[in-house]
Design a protein around this ligand. Sequence first.
Ligand code: ADP
Length: 160
Amino acid sequence: MESALYPGSFDPITFGHLNILDRALDVFAEVTVLVAVNPQKKPLFSLDECIEMIRDATAGRPRVRVDHHEGLLVDYARRHGIKLAVRGLRAVTDFESEFAMALTNRKLWPDFDTVFLMTRAEYMFLSSSVVRQVAQMGGDVSGFVPPCVEERLRLRFGYR
Ligand code: ADP
């Protein structure tokens, strides 16, 4: 059984991410949730906050590691000897950019491969940006994110 990376922004982590993670753990011995630091994106939560929420949300899962990386995914992967990444697919619209990214990564490191897991139907329309928008307007996000994330959103946007 191999190790795999699960890269993403996780700003913040949602039930959709956790579902992909749990299913990846059925296939891989260890999964590293890798928070990608993208200087071009303006995140809602700081890197430390994203990591803390992921640690909290995955606390009962001993085969999960959490790390962060700025730069090319394949550089991190090569340094850690991990040849696989897991990504989730929600709709056809995810496909094209994921396809381009997977092929680019393989071009950069021919040993590297990406495994795609289809979202569960109930999470098809769930994304971190939807969660951020709903929370910002004071909506109930308890069906989208674990309690530790809900609490942070509540503090951030100052609603009860
Ligand atoms: P990125 O900015 O790299 O897309 P995200 O944190 O938005 O980072 O997503 C990380 C990964 O998780 C991506 O592969 C994305 O498609 C997947 N993902 C996000 N939300 C869901 C969901 N609701 N169901 C399945 N996969 C998801």
